[in-house]
Design a protein around this ligand. Structure first.
Ligand code: MN
Length: 129
């Protein structure tokens, strides 16, 4: 597999840095952007093993970005984890119903985050769903 990097789409600089630092410490390569629009371009150009998608973004939001990813054969099978500050149960259901492969709340807990990353990567490799 050539594309073992993880794409981070997050407009909050502190959170982006935290996610990047955790993933790089664990040996993952990362690519990052602060908009969904650029994230879609990057995902098509160089499909990552996993996408971490902030839900609330300037311009296109993460839920609409997921729909674009799923509509494109190049990106439709890439696992995508939603990252959101929301902890309301209704919001969680709405986000999972949109078709995300995982759900990560902010502020991020490192162990929970790494478990979510591992589960979504396994899903992307055709493991149990
Ligand atoms: Mn945001």
């Amino acid at each position: 597999m050539s594309n073992e990097h993880i794409l981070i789409v997050e407009d909050n600089e502190k959170n982006r840095k935290l996610v990047r630092d955790i993933l790089q410490f664990k040996g993952f390569k990362t690519l990052e952007t602060d908009t969904a629009e650029e994230g879609l371009v990057l995902a098509r150009h160089s499909p990552p093993a996993l996408i971490l998608m902030d839900v609330q973004l300037p311009g296109m939001n993460g839920i609409d970005a997921l729909a674009h990813l799923r509509a494109d054969p190049t990106t439709q099978k890439i696992p995508v984890i939603a990252i959101t500050a929301s902890v309301m149960p209704d919001d969680k259901e709405r986000i999972l119903a949109a078709g995300f492969d995982g759900y990560q709340t902010k502020p991020i807990s490192i162990n929970e985050f790494l478990n979510n990353v591992d589960a979504a990567l396994n899903k992307g490799k055709g493991g149990a769903t």
